[in-house]
Design a protein around this ligand. Structure first.
Ligand code: PLP
Ligand code: ZN
Length: 414
């Protein structure tokens, strides 16, 4: 945090001390802050040599570019640099020359949210907190609970009724204090806010807490490093609250300010057809309006996104776009991703593949461009959706002739 200058309000443009305020003192709750760095001094130490000589194989190799004090990060969960995988079979299937997958299913609790939750927990420790709390559609909660457990912090979690079983199971195993709020994400968010104010817990609600975007941006820093500072033309990411895509933009933006990359990739934000407030606002150039949450992709079922300004800006400033995908296309993409590349993604993560397919079909993305798709969460968290995508396994008696007949039938179909 030695390079942090201040937070700048995304509404009124005033600055505030992010060590004292989570949101803008003038605008209140809606005044989400964006952390700004002194790139002139940061440049003196954060350069190509810094990355070449840095042997830290975890997310904390980027700590001097973040809003955290240096500390013993080995006390927390191990946050690996996740692989950037060539996906030639999937690329062929989609009709694109080069596609790479940033595999966030391998994070310690199984989603990209670990990048933000780890930051939240260390920030909470900096401030002497004993409790951390959030409302979440699932992954923010399970990652907060896991990261908090490792650091000996108590997590208090508010989830909507519809949270998938796998994510709830994670919460319970990590020892979180879990409240399943009757109603949707909006209801869970509102109650969490009131409870956090009342008890003085550390607030991990991603949109409100500006440090979390700083955690999420590390995914872009990693992608850039893995591409040897020649970023792809497009980066595809699914969008719920808008914090992830804002983080992706921030990471590339920082690198550009430091002169380490020449351009920020175009960002393709993917939303579910049944819940696409960002896509609508982007197309109509209007303010974001609340909508229903009609999609099985629970991690992006966000009817009132809490980070509208940052999310919309990220896409706009990158000259990117939004696309919408149906639940059927998401389930189809889940199967394709698993079958071609051996990656098992949850619906919100599979959505990027469906979104890329739409972008290719509509000539938004040309087949000769280079693309990185961020696979944000692990499919094991939501096996009900996976079962819907694939159907049931064959159920046969232990009898070879029956098996042979069955196989023949399958091979004919193949
Ligand atoms: C949270 C999440 C997203 C979307 O991130 P937002 O910050 O809400 O836009 C996408 N995929 C997965 C798996 C997530 O958990
Ligand atoms: Zn303000």
């Amino acid at each position: 945090m030695e390079h942090v200058m201040h937070g700048r309000c995304t509404l009124c443009d005033r600055t505030a001390d992010t060590e004292k305020h989570l949101t803008c003192p003038s605008c209140g709750e809606q005044g989400i802050l964006e952390i700004e760095y002194d790139y002139v001094t940061m440049k003196q130490t954060i350069n190509h040599a810094y990355f070449q000589n840095n042997v830290d194989p975890t997310l904390w190799r980027y700590r001097p570019m973040m809003s955290l004090k240096d500390t013993d990060f080995t006390r927390g969960l191990y946050l690996p640099l996740t692989p950037l995988i060539d996906a030639p079979r999937l690329a062929r299937d989609l009709g694109i020359n080069a596609l790479r997958l940033k595999d966030e299913t391998r994070q310690p609790t199984g989603s990209l949210k670990d990048r933000a939750s780890a930051v939240a927990c260390f920030k909470a420790l900096e401030q002497g907190a004993t409790h951390v709390a959030c409302a979440s559609t699932g992954n923010a909660a399970s990652s907060l609970a896991g990261n908090a457990a490792k650091l000996g912090l108590q997590s208090v979690i508010f989830v909507p009724e519809r949270a998938p079983k796998g994510k709830l199971a994670q919460l319970m195993v990590y020892g979180a204090d879990v409240v399943r709020v009757q109603g949707d994400y909006k209801a869970a968010f509102t109650l969490s806010k009131a409870a956090i104010d009342h008890h003085g817990w550390y607030n991990r609600n991603a949109a409100i807490n500006p440090h979390l975007v700083e955690g999420k941006k590390t995914v872009a820093l990693e992608i850039a490093e893995q591409c040897l500072f020649e970023p792809p033309d497009w980066v595809v990411v699914s969008v719920g609250d808008g914090c992830t895509i804002a983080g992706v933009h921030k990471g590339f933006y920082d690198l550009k300010q430091l002169g380490l990359i020449n351009r920020v990739p175009k960002l393709l934000g993917v939303q579910a057809e049944g819940c696409a407030p960002f896509a609508l606002a982007h197309e109509t150039q209007q303010n974001l309006v609340e909508c229903e949450e009609n999609t099985l992709a629970d991690s992006i079922a966000v009817g009132i996104p809490r980070n509208p300004v940052k999310g919309l800006r990220a896409v706009k400033r990158s000259n990117g776009a939004f696309v919408r995908v149906s639940d059927e296309a998401i389930l189809e993409a889940m199967k394709t991703l698993g079958k071609t590349e051996g990656v098992f993604a949850e619906p919100a993560a599979s959505a990027v593949i469906a979104g890329l397919s739409v972008a290719l079909k509509t000539n938004l993305i040309a087949p000769e461009t280079t693309v990185v798709a961020i696979i944000t969460g692990n499919g094991l968290k939501d096996t009900d959706s996976a079962n819907r995508a694939t159907g049931e396994a064959a159920h046969l008696p232990a009898d070879l002739p029956t098996l042979i007949a069955h196989r023949k039938d399958r091979d004919n179909h193949a």
